[in-house]
Write a protein that binds this ligand. Sequence first.
Ligand SMILES: Cc1ncc(COP(=O)(O)O)c(C=O)c1O
Length: 384
Amino acid sequence: MDEQERRWRDEFPITRDLVYLNNCSLTPLPISGRERIDRFAREWTELGGRAWYDHWIGEYQALREDLAVVLGATADEVAIEPNVSAGLVGIASTLDYAKRPKVVVSDLDFPTDGHAFLAVKDRGARVEFVRSPDRVRMPLELFERAIDERTAAVCTGHVYFTTGWIQDVRALAEICHRRGAVLVVDAYQSIGAFPFDVHSSGIDYLVGGTLKWLMGGPGIAFLYARREVAEHARPSAVGWWGVMDPFAFDVEHLAYGTGARRFEYGTPAVAAIYAARAGLALLAKVSIATVRERHMLLSQRLVDGAIAQGWTVRCPRAAAERSAIVTLEHPEPQRVVDALRAKGVICDMRPGLVRLSPHYFNTIEEMDRALELLAPLRAMAATA
Ligand SMILES: Cc1ncc(COP(=O)(O)O)c(C=O)c1O
């Protein structure tokens, strides 16, 4: 372990005791996050409701700015959401399904990407699922074939949560726009994992959150809306923080806030804002380019080692094609996860898959430790 790695790991006390490889689900709380949550608690204790005006509203606006930086957006294009699902519900509520009933989603997508649109069936939406031929990638040609002049939107992932494969969202945006459809991207698994500029991608809506690569914990998510799209959007899922002037307390009129703000709901989880800003600050210090370099290095070690042991990997083999998500096929993944956990290696499972996801603070030695423990577990599967 070199000096740089030691410094990175000092920020995450969990690394002293455990090999933590579940970062695409939830990164552990960094020390700076804990200090910020303590600060929030102190302000609440000492100031009560005055803390809103002295600190919390300012923190809320600052979070919006921080999120804009990481997305390559401007602050007015970013709405703060309680979670990705809420953001998608807001977007689904804006679309006119009368002339364009179709919404295209892939079978590799996270459940909420489909559910948000299945739920507006009574408003005329009809969800069509495109199916991944190799269960790893979602080829653009299949989207292209499914999108027609009756398609309102495509909603799909930037990085697929069970395979780590990176979708070419820029090319997909072009296909959507040629046919007059909007592109909604679930970027929960990509933002913070590799450099990305939302403006040059051309996409219309993006949702993501701070739980994973942004290291900011649960309770905060975000929605980017392209300016031209946001200006015309009239969400029916609304909240009083999303109106032009919340502090006018006007119950009789609904005047949408400018830009993406119209997608915001009610009182936010302030402790989560504090933790989220710490995660974003830490990421800025490390740099997303460094994160990407480390992800490629560490995840490749896992992929190569697992293949050498005879595992069937579900994620792409080439690091350039995927994020730091490494998935291994197994009939009883929970048994593998439990066996690793008993030896101090933390990972996760999805149906039929063991999922390991290193972050920049992990080390090559930890990848080798995980591989050493994985070796006999594959055989356990075969004879179970
Ligand atoms: C791709 C993706 N979308 C969405 C979510 C979760 O969304 P929400 O914020 O609604 O819990 C996750 C993970 O939890 C995810 O991996």
